[in-house]
Design a binder for this molecule. Sequence first.
Ligand code: B12
Length: 233
Amino acid sequence: MEYRHVQDAVAETGLLVRGGFHPGADDGVPGGAETVVLVGNAGPFMWDAFAAATGPRDSSGDRENSPNPLDDWTRGVLTPVAGALSARALYPFEGPPYHPFQRWALRTGGVHVSPIGPLIDPEFGLWHAYRGALAFDERLEVPDPGGRPSPCESCAEKPCLGACPAGAFTPSGEGMAEYDIPACVAHISSTDGEDCLGGGCLARRACPVGRDAPYGPDQARFHMERFLKAQGV
Ligand code: B12
């Protein structure tokens, strides 16, 4: 098995391979593994495949009634791919306790911590996420992402930190800002929060990186509404 076979099999679903690594005992991979390949979304492909499979917004009772139809869809497409590749599928939404997907993503070397928490990709900016991981008992050669530096290092302005209308991000000097989840949720669920709800997090949208790869309006609203539902709103 070669890494490119994994890339090809995953790409058929609309998802993307987002790098791999060889885990150690302290990486928290259940049952251990020789290789972990992360699977995620970036660009329009996942949303197009999901929308085609589940129908347009509000027209499908199944899509609207499930706690998270995107998670259901992900399991539906990725579990068979894992089976065909003799891998185990692990999901970021399994939990709590959750699998440490951000830690695993950092282990691939392709992404970096952003000032507001979500990991930043030098190409897609903050417009990417993880949908699963494939754990292999076999050792696969994984490509070196090339050590591209974090785009945040050369970003003097850091507009992400000042863009939240609810002031939910408090810079903490070093590393990530403090994220005030209740302030964020209260704002998004009020009438003043329509811009965040309809177009996605304004702090993410303020980032100059990945401006040509943002989520479309339907996808942005879907994620924000699910985020609110997950917070019990
Ligand atoms: C619970 C959860 C939330 C909670 C609480 C998040 C929090 N900040 O505490 C809520 C619901 C509020 C939330 C909100 C959002 N989340 Co969230 N969330 C998760 C979830 C399901 C579990 C996180 C967790 O507890 N992991 C367990 C610990 C042990 O794992 P971990 O990898 O070590 O993760 C922690 C550390 O890595 C740490 N961390 C992050 N970077 C770094 C860097 C260093 C150097 C260190 C030491 C630690 C560290 O923060 C992580 C969370 O505590 C993950 C999926 C997952 N399984 O990881 C998504 C996840 C982290 N969320 C994600 C996203 C996109 C969001 C939102 C932006 C969504 C939105 N509304 O637009 C918001 C805003 C988040 C923000 N600004 O922090 C993405 C991030 C993708 C990315 N690009 O990195 C993830 C990975 C889901 C996914 N499917 O991809 N989230």
